[in-house]
Design a protein. Structure first.
Length: 306
């Protein structure tokens, strides 16, 4: 097998001597582009790039002998890289597949939930590279996953220790205050609910006068599933609902509540700005924007569980 690889390489170089610079240049460029995508080591890629670049500069300066010499050097480097790649498919690829399978088995045994999903998504990248024989790219991704596995299992252990302390309803209440206007007293409420079956909700609402010249009345609710990534709680939305929003502005000249229409520059007394009720469901691409996460330490500090 080794003999034939050397034979074909020598034959290719012999034929190269019969080709014009432009033909050789196109040949090298096309094969180099294919090699670059394979993720080969820099020690194989850099000599091709340097010789090819030098050959192009020689050609532009009409140094034809030097151009032909350097494009042949580039071709020799391409052939070395291609031979290395061919050898990798028979030797390195089985090793990468074995590493991939070991990582998948370890993920199955040691990880759960979001941590398992993270590992699975990386393994899917390895599979996609192996499918198209990008062996070295697959090898690099597998090495990154292996080096990061200790951190993933540590995050899993953190999540497992925190989870029993999360179940229930957590509430944060806040009342707006103003130094010079006691009428400012809007109540804001945020509520997380984390159920034992993995479902959860988040409600955010505000009612009342939140500033000397503003009254608000709105409520948003996100429903979904929750899980932990380390000490961070993630709520993935499956449905979002926004109740009708009503906002009053104060006309400071008349003392009447209503709202200003900026298109007509008219103030409408006793008429709020109204945003209609809205809802997002699982088939709406904007639903992902309603995904939430909160650190467990922030939840403990800012919310009260009941």
């Amino acid at each position: 097998m080794r003999f034939f690889a050397v034979f074909f390489a020598l034959a290719a170089l012999f034929l190269a001597g019969c080709q014009s610079f432009d033909d050789l240049s196109s040949n090298v460029q096309e094969r180099f582009a294919a090699l670059e995508q394979k993720g080969l080591p820099d020690s194989l890629i850099t000599p091709i790039r340097m010789a090819f670049t030098t050959a192009q500069m020689d050609s532009r300066r009409n140094r034809n002998n030097d151009a032909l010499k350097n494009i042949n050097i580039a071709l020799e480097a391409v052939i070395r890289a291609e031979n290395y790649l061919e050898k990798s498919l028979t030797e390195t690829k089985p090793q990468v597949i074995a590493s991939r399978n070991a990582l998948a088995a370890r993920a199955e045994a040691e990880l759960r939930g979001l941590h398992k999903a993270d590992a699975d998504s990386i393994i899917a990248i390895i599979d996609s590279f192996l499918k198209i024989d990008f062996v070295f790219r697959a090898q690099s991704v597998a090495a990154q996953l292996e080096s990061g596995f200790a951190g993933m299992t540590a995050a899993q252990a953190t999540a497992d220790s925190i989870r029993p302390r999360i179940f229930g309803t957590w509430t944060h209440l806040d009342t707006s205050k103003h130094n010079f206007d006691r009428a400012v007293n809007a109540v804001s409420r945020k509520v997380f609910t984390f159920n034992r079956n993995g479902t959860g909700t988040f409600v955010s609402e505000r009612r009342g006068q939140s500033a000397p010249n503003l009254r608000e009345d709105w409520r948003f609710e996100t429903q979904g599933t929750w899980d932990l990534r380390g000490s961070n709680i993630h709520l993935t939305a499956t449905r979002w609902h926004g109740a009708e929003q009503r906002t009053f502005q104060l006309n400071e000249n008349t003392g009447v509540w209503g709202h200003m229409n900026h298109e007509t520059n008219q103030f409408h007394n006793n008429v709020p700005i109204v945003i209609p009720e809205d809802e997002l469901t699982s088939d709406d691409p904007d639903l992902a924007k309603q995904n939430l996460f909160i650190g467990f330490s922030d939840l403990q500090r800012d919310f009260r569980r009941r």
